[in-house]
Design a protein around this ligand. Structure first.
Ligand code: A2H
Length: 266
């Protein structure tokens, strides 16, 4: 890994209730404080290096076999984060636990418990997006939850494409067709020479066939990440017209101030 600690932004994707008003499956009841009965939000939290891309979210990913948990992350018991245990432990030393150094686990969850959940993703154009499987997630990095921006991340585009094209893959993970078919690439950043959906177009033109096409995906990542950061221009949001490099810290701060994101280091 790199030299110093990596500075991520944790994006808070709020888990939405089902038609009966309750959170689905194993998350039922986590949105009520056990002692006071007060409502509290439950968030899937995704670690990203690109907070300025959140306008382009189409879904959120977990590792189906991954071990996750729901953690009380506040001194007041007013917020619950769903993430890996490893990241909850790190968070407990960063002000995200009732007591310093002591993660407070409320429930143990597997990735499969989370697949198909509907969440509200901050800054996204889509009102609700769904939790889908990504088989290349490393549980040893970030929170094990990855928010998906297929316009600018080839892993995200390839994995969403796999689920769109392969009914058997959807079936295996209990994903309904509408959870992927209703979501298209959103144009959020223009990179001179690479266009307005740089990662997605490169996946198509280079013939990326699936999320397991590691060599091509790595090449696309390298090209789009550097070019996007230094030459890309925001097409949408509060920083429309600004360069990505300039927009990133502004949007990060806006989200943190609004309570839709928080800083996270590892
Ligand atoms: B990035 P680094 Cl638009 N396993 O967010 C696999 N990938 C993970 C992960 C995990 N446990 N945790 C985070 N990530 C992804 C957005 C994005 C990202 C865009 C473009 C490039 C990009 C939307 N997905 O990252 O290994 C997350 O995807 C390119 C590096 O710590 C996170 O930022 O350097 C990035 O990888 C963190 O990667």
């Amino acid at each position: 890994e790199g030299v110093g600690p990596q500075e991520y932004t944790l994006i808070k994707l709020r888990v939405l209730p089902g038609p009966d008003g309750a959170l689905p499956g194993k998350l039922a009841g986590l949105d009520k404080h056990p002692e006071t009965g007060a409502d509290r939000p439950v968030y899937m939290v995704a670690a990203t290096l690109r907070p300025e891309t959140m306008y382009g979210q189409t879904n959120v990913f977990v590792l189906p076999d991954g071990e996750y948990g729901a953690f009380d992350v506040s001194e007041t018991g007013s917020e619950v984060f769903v993430c890996s245990e490893r990241s909850a432990n790190n968070m407990s030393y960063q002000g995200l636990a009732p007591e310093w150094g002591k993660p407070s686990q409320l429930a143990a969850l597997s990735g499969t418990d989370l697949l198909g959940l509907a969440v509200s993703a901050p800054n996204a154009g889509y009102e609700r997006v769904y939790c889908l499987p990504l088989l290349t997630i490393s549980m040893g990095k970030g929170t094990g939850v990855v928010t998906s921006v297929p316009s600018d991340a080839p892993d995200d585009y390839a994995a969403l494409g796999d689920l769109k094209r392969k009914p058997a893959l959807r079936e295996k993970f209990g994903i309904e067709a509408h959870m992927v078919e209703d979501f298209d690439v959103v144009e959020i950043i223009e990179i001179p020479g690479l266009g307005k959906r740089a990662a997605a177009d490169l996946c198509d033109s280079m013939g990326v066939k699936s999320q397991n096409d590691k060599v091509k995906i790595a090449e696309i990542k390298e090209r789009t990440y550097l070019e996007g950061f230094y030459k890309g221009v925001m097409l949408v949001g509060s920083c429309a017209g600004k360069r990505v490099e300039e927009a990133k810290p502004i949007i990060r701060k806006e989200m943190i101030d609004a309570g839709t994101a928080c800083p996270y280091f590892e």
